[in-house]
Design a protein around this ligand. Structure first.
Ligand SMILES: *Cc1c(COP(=O)(O)O)cnc(C)c1O
Length: 372
């Protein structure tokens, strides 16, 4: 395979996703991890991420090598204890993954699970909390990327705050595009990564948590590499990563954060993603595709469509044809129906969305797929 001859494809996926040329170009340099320039870059990234949630002076940022799951696992394994008792709100694969992490780390937990196309009932959450007096934490997912559903994170946070429990958020596919400010939403920790709405390349995640929380977590984590306290303590002490940092990924992340800011921060990015999402939803509907979620539950991140009944529709053929035209879509991950997904995040414009719709239209004609 000749890498240089490969076509650049647009990634209509939930990550890794399309990044700007300038973000990719930021990786064309080697960095010494103890060099002052790299130390400054690392400090700047941590500071910017705290500023994005308006958490100055209250929150700390601990980056973690790896994909988003490494950050979620580090958050759970480091910031809870064996005597914690956790309620996990599940409506998709990423809620399930938090449960699995609790099992690996022996963290006592109960779950409140609803179907993948539904959100949790607040009264039911309240009644579960009231009848489990030993609960210490609640975990929730902001945008559940499995379906693309927008969970009512503010209402959930308000309730948990009222109940005086500690709220942890997996905001992986929301951070940087959907509103998340400590000024109006109360939580103790949030995990996200470089390569979703912040449009960096994959390879680093991060956890933002209250300083009063991280300070008291020494010895909690059963894993050395995922120990957030140890990572935080070392970085605070000498400004350096404990183990080899993903230097190029961080350089790209620094550039991506600059571009996020130039676009108008969270609001600017939210606006572009809403436009992208609206174009895809409207165009697909006009062709006859059915969207899984009603508009009011659809986050402008990734959209799930029901696979057409026509036997001419085979996901692999559909996928391959779109790939030949330069667009990569995503298979469905639902247990309730056969679906496929189209992401609208990443360095993509309205024009890319119109071109993707054109490619889909040509594909359904070529494969003779009937939609009704
Ligand atoms: C992408 C994602 C993750 C992390 O997935 P990785 O494949 O480990 O990067 C976790 N939670 C949500 C909601 C996600 O969208």
């Amino acid at each position: 395979m000749m890498l240089s001859s490969l076509m650049d494809k647009k990634l209509l996926t939930p990550g890794p996703l399309t990044t700007s040329k300038t973000t990719k170009e930021a990786m064309l340099r080697d960095w010494g991890s103890r060099d002052i320039n790299f130390i400054e870059l690392n400090k700047s990234i941590r500071k910017s991420l705290i500023e994005l949630i308006d958490g100055e002076n209250v929150f700390e940022c601990v980056p973690m090598q790896g994909s988003g799951t490494f950050a979620v696992e580090a958050m759970i394994g480091s910031l809870t204890e064996k005597k914690s008792k956790i309620l996990i709100l599940i409506n998709g694969a990423y809620g399930q993954r938090m449960k699995k992490i609790c099992e690996y780390h022996n963290r006592p937990h109960i779950v409140y699970e609803v179907a993948e196309h539904e959100i949790h009932d607040l009264m039911e959450i309240e009644s579960i909390i009231d009848s489990n007096k030993d609960l210490t934490h609640v975990f929730g997912v902001y945008c559940e990327t499995t379906s693309g559903i927008l969970n009512p994170i503010k209402a959930i946070a308000d309730l948990i705050n009222k109940k005086k429990l500690s709220f942890f958020i997996d905001a992986m596919s929301a951070f940087g595009a959907l509103p998340l400010s400590v000024k109006n939403l109360s939580f103790d920790a949030v995990a996200a990564s470089s390569n979703k709405c912040l449009e960096g390349v994959p390879g680093v995640g991060f956890v933002l948590m209250k300083k009063t929380i991280i300070e008291n977590t020494k010895g909690n984590c059963q894993s050395l590499s995922l120990d957030l306290f140890d990572q935080w303590y070392a970085m605070e002490k000498n400004d350096q990563w404990r183990f080899t940092p993903p230097t190029h990924v961080l350089a790209a992340f620094y550039q991506a954060l600059k571009e996020h800011n130039a676009e108008g921060g969270i609001e600017g990015r939210h606006r572009r993603y809403i436009q992208n999402c609206n174009i895809i939803c409207k165009g697909m509907k006009e062709m006859g595709f059915k969207q899984l979620l009603p508009d009011h539950l659809q986050a402008p991140i990734i959209i799930t469509f029901i696979q057409p009944d026509d036997p001419n529709f085979k996901f692999n053929h559909f996928y391959d044809s779109l790939s030949e035209k330069g667009f990569l879509i995503y298979p469905g991950k639902l247990t309730i129906a056969n679906t496929f997904r189209i992401g609208c995040i990443g360095h993509l414009t309205s024009n890319d969305m119109y071109k993707a719709l054109e490619a889909i239209n040509e594909t359904i004609e070529k494969l003779n797929i009937q939609l009704n």
